[in-house]
Ligand binder design. Sequence first.
Ligand code: SAM
Length: 169
Amino acid sequence: MFYIFLAIGMILLLSLAYAAASGAPWVPTKKADLERIHNLLKLKNGEKFVELGCGNGRVCRHVATKNPGVDVKGVELSLLQYLVAVGQAVATRSRARYRFGNVFSHKLGEYDAIYMFLMPETYEKIEPKLKAELRPGTRVLSYVWPIPGWEPETVSKKEGQLDLYLYKI
Ligand SMILES: C[S@@+](CC[C@H](N)C(=O)[O-])C[C@H]1O[C@@H](n2cnc3c(N)ncnc32)[C@H](O)[C@@H]1O
């Protein structure tokens, strides 16, 4: 039994480390910024939202609660974070849904709005994919760092809080 738990623990830790190396380590969006994110996204009924690298699903749950008519999905590569996100969604009866997978292989063409909090170098790597797959009118909201080479429509700054960059394709 001990070895089964050890193996599960190792798999969870390895997947956490792999996700951190692939796009960003797990650091959650601050709770104090959730309402600002909701206000900037301005989601409408029937729209589709995705969070790239959703961690424990905090942002997805908030977006799902605030926008009952919006399809809310999170993509996460760390098995540990993915399981926490699914568990929290069940526990809080959230409508948010999660996919275990790599954002670099997740098709983005169906979404109306995207949120991401990854590393600056990951923004550089994912930028061509965003440009190639997103439809005109799609909003992209990035936390803390801007997307290199893109002109934000809005930069949201608040004293003591982290910056948010809103782009429209
Ligand atoms: C800085 S954290 C942000 C978590 C969450 N978005 C939030 O704001 O609370 C980045 C998250 O992205 C995940 N991640 C990193 N690279 C990824 C990839 N290539 N595909 C999917 N998820 C990834 C990490 O496991 C981590 O949970």
